[in-house]
Ligand binder design. Sequence first.
Ligand code: BES
Ligand code: ZN
Ligand code: ZN
Length: 506
Amino acid sequence: MDVQLVRNHVKDVTCDALIISAARTKDGQDSSRVVFAGAAQTINSLLDGLLSEMSARGEFKGNAGELVTIHPLGKLAAKRVILVGLGKLESVSAQSLRRASAIATRHAQKTGARQIALALDGAGTQVHETEKIEAQAEGACLGAYTFRKYQQTANNGNERRIQKVLLLCEAETPAWEAATRKGIALGEATNFARDLVNEPPNVLTPAELANRAVTMAKQFGLEYEVLDRPQMQELGMGGLLGVAQGSAEPPKFIILRYRGASSSQDKGIALVGKGITFDTGGISLKNPERMHEMKGDMGGAAACIGAMQAIAMLKPAVNVTMLVSTAENMPSGTAYRPGDILRIMNGKTVEIVNTDAEGRLVLADALSYAVKEGLSPIIDVATLTGGIVVALGSVMSGLFCNDEELAREILAAGQAVGEKFWPMPLDEEYAEQIKSDIADIKQTGGRMASSVTAAKILENFVGNARWAHLDIAGTFYVDGPKPAQEAGATGFATRTLAEFALRSAK
Ligand code: BES
Ligand code: ZN
Ligand code: ZN
């Protein structure tokens, strides 16, 4: 998407939709009033107080995500004005602006806009000017996202798409240009991750996931390597090989490297992703009801690959290695079984109890690989457990971490980009549940605290590294359309990972 900073007056900007915003503030005990500032205030006077009139009549209250379309009838160069609510003025954040930008952009696109202009307002809030620019650019990219490649009507050219986004500003300063670039990089990286998740599983096989990662790496100048079965056998990746053995699709181990640190001593960060391109559950077959959603069981891998694209675009001074274990979990005559014992790359053995708990096995090999390379911190991302969906729903992802400072840094990075995480425990008492009579550990710890016992299993493979595990099983996907996005992949964690890497730059 073409996003550009422009200095035009709001009256003169030619576009199909000019997007402005307003918040509400407390006005006495139970009443609130809408505050028109910045571009909204200017538009209000140009339209002879139309906006004030609308709010006085209660047609616009300034609630978060509220939308009103106005036809200026030739009084402005813009064909229409979309006014979007920001919610309570006192709590307007960068995320409020990002969300408002996404909602209004999505709405403008649905009503046929090709060129839009954004002039959201952060006056009277804590939001910095550069954050405001970044949030608007990012929100526009996110809000305009669609996945229509398999629909003929869209491909016949009948679908109207936003081609150009103008960001209104007072001056095109280098800081604002940089903020625009960052917003676009994070938005596009998220959309790339969404594309990977939305692809059907007959198209996005492990080999195809590797192809897409390598194509991106070539385009953005990252080092890449893809390991095949013989190399996995040599390394002893019994988890990844075991899970993959029931499928006709061969597994892949994808490695991408970004080198931005000046000292080659610094091994840098590892981003580790679960890349199950389809999870049937294997011999412990899943219930068919929502099985189709398991095409997104590579959402963790997608977030890692997307984050690497953003990192390659924004070039922070830090080293980052991405490791993705990708396979398909199928039931068949060659599939692994409950009762099997698998040996992971670090030598530990795992007693298989339920072949549907495959994610921890493929991650175990990737984590062991990261430890062997001396990488730290290690951050893994996975659609790992139904347990986290029960615990946190679709609002927050679970954050499991063996280092308090690292946990704080990840929470802060998530907060900055509008992705929420909630800290979960790794208490040693939970390890009781994964003791095995026959192997080093048991693969699952039963129904109780299942997202915690899954994390406790991963902990066996991180050595002494600083490590965080993000369980995004509840947030990788929305099953119906939302104001800010269509149904399907969310690209969750892509921006947090990229933001974390940017903040780690020395
Ligand atoms: N991919 C699933 C977890 C999942 C569930 C992701 C819902 C997204 C939405 C994972 O492989 C799985 O099946 N986990 C099982 C493990 C259990 C059998 C121990 C679970 O959490 O139910
Ligand atoms: Zn599973
Ligand atoms: Zn799975």
